[in-house]
Design a protein around this ligand. Sequence first.
Ligand code: C2E
Ligand code: MG
Ligand code: MG
Ligand code: MG
Length: 290
Amino acid sequence: RAKELGGGRVEVFAAHMHADVVRRLELGAELQRALAEEQFTVEFQPVVDLATSRVTGVEALVRWWRGSESVPPQEFIRPAEESGLMIPLGDWVLRESCRQVARWRAESWDVGLSVNFTARQIAAPRFVESVAAALEETGLPPSALTLEVREEVLVEDAGQNVRRLTELRDLGVRLAIDDFGTGYASLAYLGQLPVDVIKIDPSFVAGLGRDDTLTLLTRTIVRLGRDLGLTVVAEGIERPEQLELLREMQCPRGQGFLVARPMAAGPADALLRTNLTGLAGPGDPAGAGR
Ligand code: C2E
Ligand code: MG
Ligand code: MG
Ligand code: MG
């Protein structure tokens, strides 16, 4: 009975678990409603060629507008996966961003699109077909789309995931390793997988000019990428000193708040029109290279 000490403990524990399950179910239901009520938007963060300062592409980042506040993806991506919503949400993000970038390309702006995918999204039934259909329906050429995956994706259930990514690669879609250097995958995968791009994790970039080891590691990753014929993108550039060092290392691409923040399609459109990123100096209003 609940009056006995032991039973009481069990009840407290069960109530605790219950609250957790209820919270997750509630968030799942809320996310479901959010998708139906169009509370999600896609923002675009420019990626630039560090040598010329020209925008080469944009990364699509999902936003959830819950009331007037924007909930960070870290807080809803996992719950969305657990409630089964990540598949339709991811599909929506892909279509929405493909449609937008196809429009920009129709203005003859040579801009590529990167979209993030989790392991569970890739493992979903008909993943390859859904990506191919999104490209077909929006008219975005496969070579303009890069799928960003973290190293773990290539380790967990690697057989199937790698097969699926290889199928898309055969269609011309490009593959990027996101947060490069922080995962636990063996570097050997770089020689075995159809990887085109590595994105250096911001934790390395943060140490540029401040920490000798992180600076050396960044330089080493840039050189490794170049020697393997991969495109290297440095993520999380916030300070001019980081930019200067990355340029000196001949890191080909960069992304970060110093360059441009993630932004809605409208402001991104204006930025692409003028190429006015944070890299354009006062005496160089149109940015270099345009
Ligand atoms: P990520 O793919 O590594 O995306 C880069 C994150 O770094 C973004 O955070 C971006 O806003 C932030 N960022 C960019 N430049 C800077 C900078 O200079 N300084 C700092 N401090 N941050 C910077 P966000 O949008 O909150 O996204 C976080 C993560 O959520 C993403 O990391 C990605 O793993 C995931 N994510 C976002 N959108 C999607 C999506 O549509 N699908 C999936 N599967 N995952 C997504
Ligand atoms: Mg990413
Ligand atoms: Mg990243
Ligand atoms: Mg990240």
